[in-house]
Design a protein around this ligand. Structure first.
Ligand SMILES: [Zn+2]
Length: 223
C-alpha cells in the first residue's frame, strides 16, 4: 500500500539561509537592521535606536513597538514635529527589509528560543491615533488660512472712541459704521466705503507699527 504524502510535505525543504542568526531567538534567516524611535518633550528630545540582527518575527516586534511609541510620543516639540515623519519613514524601509526574510527556523543545534511575538500590526493598535496629531495641526493651519483669521469681524459695528482707536459694538446701538470687508490694502475697500480702520501690532523688535489688516467701513442703519 502506498502512503499518501501531502504535497507540502513531499516538497524538499528549501535550504535555510544561515548567514545570520537572530540575536534574540537564534533562528535563521536573519539580517542586521536598525529601527528608530523619537520622543519629543517640548524643549528636549530623545532619539531612540534599536540596532541588531533579527529574524522576521523578532524584527517585526521591534518595528511595531518602536513605531507605535513614536506615533504617540514623537510629535511634542517644534523640531520633533519635523523629525518624527523621517523616523517613521526610516522604520518603513526597515520594515520592507523584513518582507524579504522567510519564516524563522530554529538553529540545528537546538539552542534556539522562540521568536518574539510580533503582536498586532501598528494600524490595529490604539497608538495609531497618534497619526492624527500632524493631521490635526495641519488642519488648524489650513482652517485659519481658509477663514482668513479676521474675516469674522465682517458685519460687526464700530464706534470711534477717544484717541485713534475703535470699539466693536452691537449694531443695534449707536455706532459709526459696519465692517463690510477685511482687506490687506486700503485700496481694496469697496468704493462706497465711508472709511477704513487699520489694525496693527507693534513690532517686537523696533517697536514700529506693522499693519495686519484694514477693515472697510460702510454705512450702518444706526449711523
Ligand atoms: Zn528572532
Amino acid at each position: 500500500m502506498t502512503e499518501l504524502i501531502p504535497p507540502h510535505l513531499s516538497a524538499p525543504l528549501a535550504a535555510v539561509d544561515r548567514t545570520y542568526a537572530c540575536e534574540n531567538c537564534g533562528c535563521s534567516p536573519a539580517a542586521p537592521m536598525t529601527f528608530r524611535g523619537h520622543r519629543g518633550m517640548i524643549i528636549v528630545m530623545q532619539f531612540l535606536k534599536n540596532k541588531g540582527v533579527y529574524c522576521r518575527d523578532c524584527g517585526l516586534a521591534v518595528f511595531r513597538t518602536m513605531t507605535s511609541r513614536t506615533l504617540v510620543q514623537g510629535w511634542w516639540g517644534w523640531a520633533s514635529f519635523i523629525i518624527t515623519p523621517f523616523i517613521l519613514l526610516y522604520n518603513l524601509f526597515g520594515r520592507l527589509k523584513l518582507n524579504k526574510l522567510a519564516t524563522p527556523v530554529p538553529a540545528p543545534e537546538g539552542w534556539a528560543g522562540a521568536p518574539w511575538s510580533p503582536g498586532r500590526p501598528v494600524y490595529q493598535r490604539p497608538t495609531i491615533v497618534g497619526a492624527l496629531v500632524p493631521l490635526a495641526v495641519v488642519g488648524v493651519f489650513v482652517y485659519a488660512a481658509a477663514t482668513g483669521g479676521d474675516s469674522s469681524k465682517v458685519g460687526q459695528c464700530i464706534r470711534a472712541t477717544t484717541g485713534d482707536s475703535v470699539l466693536f459694538v452691537d449694531c443695534d446701538t449707536a455706532n459709526d459704521g459696519v465692517v463690510t470687508k477685511v482687506v490687506d490694502d486700503e485700496d481694496q475697500c469697496p468704493s462706497d466705503s465711508i472709511g477704513t480702520v487699520e489694525e496693527f501690532h507693534e513690532s517686537r523688535y523696533g517697536g514700529s507699527k506693522i499693519t495686519d489688516d484694514y477693515l472697510c467701513i460702510g454705512t450702518s442703519e444706526q449711523v
